[in-house]
Design a protein around this ligand. Structure first.
Ligand code: GSH
Length: 215
């Protein structure tokens, strides 16, 4: 498998964690978002969504991280990201998709660039926007985790929720969101980041991270 990814992209981070948790082999093909490689014809002819991640697997170019994650779990059932019990699967999906659809979507790069280009938004205004959409969904997620009385993970072991949560918290730190109101989320994050599959997937450890490979 080939994972087309950018080190700091949170959706690429999701895929790296999942592939590592599932112990699947893959090569990383870096796509430089800052140089707009994702919008060039060479890339869009394979992925019309013009973004990362893209997974080349089983003869197809696969886009949309949540669809890829669900496909991976169906195509490679060992080390599942989703639990066996239908109600547990609902719990995981409710929270994972809340992050994917309500915090990541309004905060992706194209949206932030549009705010600047069309509305002349300042860097401070863009950061305020970013934190607004994080907090709007982090609050309910923390409340749900409290109802569920979570410990180190949502269920017994990290799965689809943790795959989505850890990258979103990485973004939240980049945008200086106060994480004090979210102790259950940050407890899960700490437990995950102690594990090798999460560490190997981390943006700090990617071949295209310029701080890891100064020019
Ligand atoms: N819904 C897509 C979103 C993908 C996405 O927003 N990717 C970002 C990086 S995290 C990207 O490639 N952005 C490029 C751009 O906005 O031009 C998914 O889940 O895969």
């Amino acid at each position: 498998m080939k994972l087309f990814a950018y080190f700091r992209s949170s959706t690429s981070f999701r895929l790296r964690i999942a592939l590592n948790l599932k112990q699947l082999e893959y090569d990383i093909i870096p796509v430089n978002l800052l140089e707009s490689e994702q919008r060039g014809a060479a890339f869009t002819s394979r992925n019309p969504f013009a973004g990362v991640p893209m997974l080349e697997a089983d003869g197809r170019d696969r886009a949309q991280s949540m669809a890829i994650l669900e496909w991976l779990d169906e195509a490679h059932p060992a080390n599942p990201l989703l639990p066996a019990d239908i109600e547990d699967r609902f719990t995981v999906r409710e929270l994972a998709y809340a992050i994917a659809t309500e915090t990541h979507a309004p905060n992706n790069l194209q949206v932030l660039q549009y705010l600047k280009a069309e509305f002349d938004a300042s860097p401070d205004q863009i950061s305020a926007w970013y934190r607004h959409w994080l907090a709007r969904t982090f609050g309910p997620i923390e409340a749900r985790l409290e109802q569920l009385e979570t410990g180190d993970f949502l269920l017994d072991a990290p799965g689809l929720f943790e795959v989505v949560l850890v990258p979103q918290l990485y973004n939240a730190r980049r945008f200086a969101l106060d994480l004090a109101p979210y102790p259950r989320m940050t407890r899960i994050e700490a437990a995950c980041l102690a594990l090798e599959p999460f560490q190997r997937a981390h943006p700090d450890n990617q071949i295209d991270n310029p701080e890891r490979n100064p020019a």
